[in-house]
Design a protein around this ligand. Structure first.
Ligand SMILES: Cc1ncc(COP(=O)(O)O)c(C=O)c1O
Length: 440
């Protein structure tokens, strides 16, 4: 049998997501095994994981506790319908999640991905205003450069042009806040950038334009990940919270990337001391092992739906695989691992991580460095006339050098499993420095 690595025809059928298919299939990068901080390629090459897969394997690869829980659950009960029926693990996992959620956020709606979590949160926001008698609040506000997955709701409130421009007119009644990336004032900031809290006042502009009575919700990522790791300016999220409260607008934090310890706290909401009304999450919820997402909701929002006749369904929304028993088993095993001090470990390594990121200053093409918790953005200057080419070259060279990174445009995004140790930090940055030095 020919190896898929050399046989291009064998790679043809799979239309790969967010991938340059022809380029990939001409020179595939395959992963076939994973353990701890590492992947292995089919030909046995070891690759250190600088991206936690795709920001999701927070507890590291191949965790026995998760594998065993999944295997046991699939043998015990493979599937149970979530509509008008329940199974014990779903309730147990919801309780485990509210234990680590910010105070006041104490209900959980299960989904299967970040994109579904975003669409669910937007729908809950719209329905909440309606059940409270403010049905005129239908407008949704996102932010330029935001990423909220790929559903029509998510791309409508999202602000990355390539994710939007091919897909028609999207949802009506959506507007966007200005993004917060301001390298002129904030390049090479250590920790959160000092400048830009006033950008939250952009919400006042949209309120003046549309009137608060038409606005249902604002959705932002506390740290904008997919657009290149943009950290919130000091005071920005606080200001946004104040303005949403002032105008009766729900605030949604999309914590699909920042949830489950990435910043050193369970959620960025706690890290930055700002409690939103809803939190979307996915990825690290099950350590990436089984697809699952969730929307965490403030009690008052849930309570508002719990009126009317008891026999009536309160929210006409849900998925066949909401609270899938195997995903719940993976989620519970994952949360048990997290409770063994993993977030604290991430926090303790953050200063060493930040030092290593900022030590790249002065390397060729580097124009900004951003680090927080165990996440980093390394912005390279685009090659003249070829935006994204340097980023792609970095990805390929890093992989050839035994390091998995994520790139978006010309920014390298790093988000390793939270289990990493100082020696892993050294290895990641020694490799990356050599890669950057060789980029044309
Ligand atoms: C902030 C944010 N929201 C939503 C999503 C979408 O998640 P998924 O790919 O699981 O649908 C992502 C994925 O990276 C994300 O970073």
């Amino acid at each position: 049998m020919s190896s898929p690595k050399t046989d291009r025809a064998a790679l043809e059928a799979f239309w790969m997501p967010f991938t340059a298919n022809r380029q990939f299939k001409a020179a595939p990068r395959l992963l076939s095994r994973a353990q701890g901080m590492h992947y292995w390629t089919p030909d046995g090459r070891k690759v250190i994981d600088g991206a936690a897969g795709l920001w999701c394997v927070n507890a590291g690869h191949g965790r026995r506790e998760i594998t065993e829980a999944v295997a046991a659950q699939i043998a015990e009960m493979d599937y149970a319908p979530p509509f008008q029926m329940g199974h014990p693990l779903a309730f147990e996992l919801a309780n485990a999640l509210i234990e680590i959620a910010p105070k006041g956020i104490d209900h959980v709606f299960f989904t299967n991905s970040g994109s579904e979590s975003v669409d669910t949160a937007l729908k809950i926001a719209l329905a909440w205003h309606r059940v409270r008698g403010e049905a005129s609040r239908t407008r949704l506000i996102g932010r330029e450069r935001g990423y909220h997955g790929v559903g029509f709701g998510g791309i409508s409130v999202g602000g990355m042009v390539n994710n939007r421009k091919y897909f028609g007119s999207l949802l009506p009644g959506v507007d966007h806040l200005r993004h917060t990336h301001d390298p002129e004032r904030n390049a090479y900031s250590r920790g959160l950038p000092a400048h830009g809290a006033e950008l939250a006042d952009d919400l006042e502009r949209l309120v003046a334009l549309h009137d608060a009575s038409t606005i249902a919700a604002v959705i932002v990522e506390p740290i904008a990940g997919s657009t290149g790791v943009l950290l919130p300016p000091k005071g920005y999220l606080q200001r946004l919270r104040e303005l949403c409260t002032k105008h009766g607008i729900l605030l949604i934090f999309d914590e699909v990337i920042t949830g489950f310890g990435r910043t050193g706290s369970a959620f960025a909401a706690q890290e930055f001391g700002v409690v939103p009304d809803l939190i979307t999450c996915a990825k690290g919820l099950t350590n990436g092992a089984i697809p699952m997402g969730a929307v965490l909701v403030r009690r008052e929002i849930y309570d508002a739906f719990m009126s009317g006749p008891e026999q009536s369904i309160e929210l006409f929304h849900g998925y066949t695989y909401s609270a899938h028993p195997v995903a719940c088993a993976a989620g519970l095993a994952t949360q048990r691992i997290y409770r063994q001090g993993l977030f604290e470990h991430a926090r303790s390594l953050a200063p060493c991580w930040s030092d290593a990121v900022h030590a790249l200053k002065g390397r060729p093409h580097v124009v900004d460095l951003r680090a927080y918790g165990l996440v980093a953005g390394i912005e390279l200057e685009p090659r003249a006339g070829a935006p994204g080419a340097r980023g792609y070259e970095a990805l390929v060279r890093a992989f050839e050098s035994g390091l998995l990174i994520r790139t978006t445009g010309d920014t390298i995004a790093l988000s390793p499993p939270l289990i990493l140790e100082r020696a892993d930090v050294d290895q990641i940055f020694e490799t990356l420095a050599a890669v950057i030095d060789r980029i044309a």
